[in-house]
Design a protein around this ligand. Structure first.
Ligand SMILES: CCCC(=O)SCCNC(=O)CCNC(=O)[C@H](O)C(C)(C)COP(=O)(O)OP(=O)(O)OC[C@H]1O[C@@H](n2cnc3c(N)ncnc32)[C@H](O)[C@@H]1OP(=O)(O)O
Length: 327
């Protein structure tokens, strides 16, 4: 209000413009705060579990740290598309304990990336990920530790899915167990011809625990999810596309002469959805996320608030000034 009055009373036009812009920014920020205030605390932080669920993140981190090996590597590119690589080739990119901690840290970095628009999640050395490291699984096979690891990974993967970035899992080779679950924590899945996604948990006497079952039901419906989990079905690209799990099939660059490297193909595929200014692309992801996660009335109110962050913002003003037709 004070800023608004100042705007009107200032003599110089340029000072008035600066203050008006400032006022708009303040309004935008407070609308953003209202948006997030509407989401329950846990959802705002992106986490499913906190201390009220008896979850102590530092305690489980200390345990996980003991099982080291491999890394999760993050490359943020000027294009606004980041690449997250699951890197533990000697174990088919299985998740060691320290990689779980790495993942959580990389997600934090991506949550604080104002220029970000897209994310590709891939595995190193021509395979995606063979789930959790069975050596670590053996070492923490007691029920309590297993549940804590499960809560830690659910938090990390839920935050990954809730990033304001359009994300895609690039599946080359095999995505098994927790690796299959990881693919469902992305907005889209692309598969190389010849690759496989398999929720093979039952072969280990397990069910998904990293949130993969809940997300799978949302993606393919409960009938298909039951078939995939109950039968530990090997999902090839054709089946994946048919049931709606997979959004695109990429040419195997080693088998198909002249095909672009897979990562390049994935970037090309994703770029059609990430073209444009970062605040707009992030807003696109946020409105879809609220529609996906909130009851309708709340989703509508959240959408209105997110709309308020782009309406009259630089990208909108620029488009109004320069374009009358969209091609
Ligand atoms: C809530 C999460 C639940 C989970 O994720 S449970 C884990 C689910 N994943 C699995 O059951 C996969 C177990 N691995 C396999 O079935 C096979 O290794 C796999 C991936 C089909 C590959 O088979 P092959 O091509 O014959 O290769 P291989 O068996 O010789 O593997 C190469 C090296 O990688 C290792 N590896 C593969 N997956 C692993 C894992 N998850 N944990 C720990 N080590 C793993 C494997 O032991 C082998 O190492 P080494 O050469 O024997 O030293």
């Amino acid at each position: 209000m004070q800023i608004f009055s100042l705007c009107v009373s200032l003599p110089s036009c340029s000072s008035r413009m600066v203050l008006c812009a400032l006022r708009q920014q303040v309004l935008r920020c407070s609308s953003h705060c209202r948006t997030w205030a509407r989401l329950p605390q846990r959802q705002r932080s992106g986490c499913v579990y906190s201390s009220i669920h008896g979850f102590n993140q530092d305690e489980i981190k200390e345990k996980l740290q003991a099982f080291h090996g491999g890394s999760i590597d993050l490359l943020k590119q000027d294009s606004g598309i980041a690449v997250l690589t699951i890197n533990n080739p000697s174990r088919m990119n299985a998740f060691s304990g320290s990689m779980m901690i790495d993942l959580e840290e990389r997600v934090s970095q991506l949550e604080n990336w104002p220029e970000g628009k897209g994310l590709i999640v891939q595995g190193a050395a021509e395979t995606f990920c063979s789930g959790s490291d069975l050596n670590a699984v053996r070492a923490i096979s007691n029920q309590q530790d297993g549940m804590k690891m499960c809560m830690f990974m659910q938090n990390a993967l839920t935050r990954l899915l809730r990033l304001p970035l359009i994300s895609v899992a690039l599946v080359e080779g095999r995505a098994l167990g927790g690796g299959a679950e990881l693919t469902t924590a992305c907005d889209f899945r692309l598969m190389e011809a010849g690759s496989v996604i398999q929720f093979d948990h039952k072969h280990m006497g397990l069910v998904p625990g990293w949130g993969g079952a809940a997300r799978l039901v949302h993606l393919v419906g409960s009938q298909n999810a039951l078939k995939l989990l109950g039968g530990a079905v090997k999902v090839d690209p054709e089946l994946g596309v048919n049931i709606g799990l997979v959004d695109g099939v990429l040419e195997g660059h080693q088998k198909t002469e002249g095909a672009a490297p897979l990562l390049q193909q994935a970037e090309n595929w994703l770029s059609r959805y990430t073209k444009g200014p970062a605040p707009v692309i992030q807003a696109v992801k946020k409105v879809v996320l609220s529609g996906r996660e909130l009851p309708l009335s709340e989703a509508l109110r959240t959408e209105k608030d997110i709309f308020g962050t782009v309406w009259g913002a630089p990208a909108n003003l620029e488009a109004l000034a320069s374009k009358s037709k969209h091609k």
